[in-house]
Design a protein around this ligand. Structure first.
Ligand code: DC
Length: 219
């Protein structure tokens, strides 16, 4: 059996990683792993204030979580304790909680192990914040997507509206800036491009244009 091949897609909140990673995985015929959804599912399972748990209690709770991945391309399904992780993790609150738990070293260590275990068995397009820089340093191709915070807030507001959820643009932009700040400045695995990542600024590109660029980079 050949070694699984990993393509990493990192970048800040609302940059379009999830949509693009799924499209790219489908085009390449490999599985797609959304590590933001892993952090969100973890945050929801730990519950309100989970980010403030004492280290030993936090580790004990994390030991009770097991992630898996089935399917391929846009049919890839993330599992947490055998159950599919779905749209329940896609709320603004789950995003904020995820960003808070993601600053805890115990959570990052746990996630890194879980992500590497998945990547050891299947070829992946994996999206997150530190996939190229920390979790999969030997990835075949590393891409970092970026965009202006205002543009990202507008895109997120459209997504939320499409899901029938309330979308206050100013509040979303403030929340994106606050999360950027926390994700970029945390001491462990801060959001930053890997040294050998290709940076794609999507602010002025359509989804189709970004996708074409990604296919070009990974073909
Ligand atoms: O990509 P997202 O919005 O679903 O991610 C939710 C939060 O999870 C984000 O604010 C930071 C954290 N995260 C992380 O720290 N590392 C990752 N690889 C993925 C997400």
């Amino acid at each position: 059996m050949t070694e699984p091949s990993i393509i990493t897609l990192d970048g800040p909140a609302g940059v379009g990683k999830t949509t693009l990673a799924r499209m790219l995985a489908q085009a390449l015929g490999v599985a797609y792993l959304d590590t933001g959804a892993m952090f969100r599912a973890t945050a929801l399972r730990l519950g309100d204030g989970g980010w403030d748990l004492p280290p030993d209690e936090l580790e004990k709770r994390l030991d009770g979580l097991e992630f898996g991945l089935t399917g391929v391309g846009s049919g890839s399904v993330l599992l947490c304790n055998g159950e599919p992780v779905g749209d329940e993790v896609r709320t603004e609150q789950a995003g904020v909680w995820a960003s808070r738990v993601a600053a805890r070293p115990e959570v990052r260590e746990f996630q890194k192990k879980a992500q590497r275990a998945i990547g050891a068995s299947v070829s992946l397009v994996v999206e997150g914040r530190d996939m190229g820089s920390v979790v999969f340093p030997a990835a075949a191709r590393k891409i970092f997507l970026d965009a202006d915070p205002r543009v990202r807030a507008q895109r997120r507001a459209e997504q939320l509206k499409a899901m029938g959820q309330p979308a206050d643009l100013a509040a979303i932009e403030a929340s994106i800036r606050e999360r950027d700040e926390r994700d970029r400045n945390r001491p462990i695995a801060p959001l930053a491009p890997a040294k050998d990542a290709v940076i794609v600024d999507t602010s002025r590109l359509s989804l189709e244009q970004v996708f074409a660029r990604l296919v070009e980079l990974t073909g």
